[in-house]
Design a protein around this ligand. Structure first.
Ligand code: MG
Length: 182
């Protein structure tokens, strides 16, 4: 039937997928940048974890290791999202993180600053997805917007506590023990 001809044609895309509709390229590129940011966070937190272990703060070290694992999970959620939508994942090289972070307080201040940066990047990604009318990425991005509220809150709480105790080694060990229970 002639009227069905166009209808039944399998769309051919630039990437050679079959029936898969290729996702918005600008959003795909921004999600790839976000994957990189999440993996860079994991890299940074693993470096912090190793540094805390060397300084005799096993609780802080444990907290950072759990955090690093969460960041890898975040990256994988974005990777799965691209895979589910026929997008292409492009991983980039990670910069070498520092190996010294100063005091525990300074390290957690760096975590807080880093998470604020990640929040800004997710908000930018969300704005882009709205502009591009990429509706399918909305649930995932909204879940990350909520996730970042938690990330900033938990880092800020630890920074506040470390600022409160000042130079007291006893209090630092108490906080370390608490963070080890995460
Ligand atoms: Mg993250």
């Amino acid at each position: 039937m002639p009227w069905m001809q166009g209808f039944l044609t399998v769309p051919q895309t630039a990437r050679g997928y079959d029936a898969q509709v290729v996702m918005n390229e600008a959003v795909e590129e921004a999600i790839n940048r976000q994957i990189h940011a999440e993996l860079a966070s994991a890299h940074l937190y693993l470096a912090m974890s190793a540094s805390f272990a060397a300084e005799g703060l096993p609780g802080c070290s444990h907290w950072m290791r759990v955090q690093a694992r969460e960041e890898v999970e975040h990256a994988m959620r974005f990777i799965d999202h691209l895979a589910d939508r026929g997008g292409r994942v492009t991983l980039a090289a990670l910069d070498q993180p520092p190996s010294e972070f100063g005091s525990a307080r300074s390290a957690f201040e760096q975590v807080l600053e880093h998470e604020r940066e990640v929040t800004r990047s997710i908000h930018t990604l969300y704005e882009l997805s709205l502009e591009q009318r990429d509706h399918a990425s909305q649930p995932l991005l909204l879940s990350f917007i909520s996730e970042q509220i938690e990330e900033e809150k938990s880092a800020a709480e630890i920074v506040d506590q470390l600022r409160m105790v000042g130079d007291s080694k006893g209090s630092l060990l108490f906080i370390d023990r608490h963070l080890g229970k995460r």
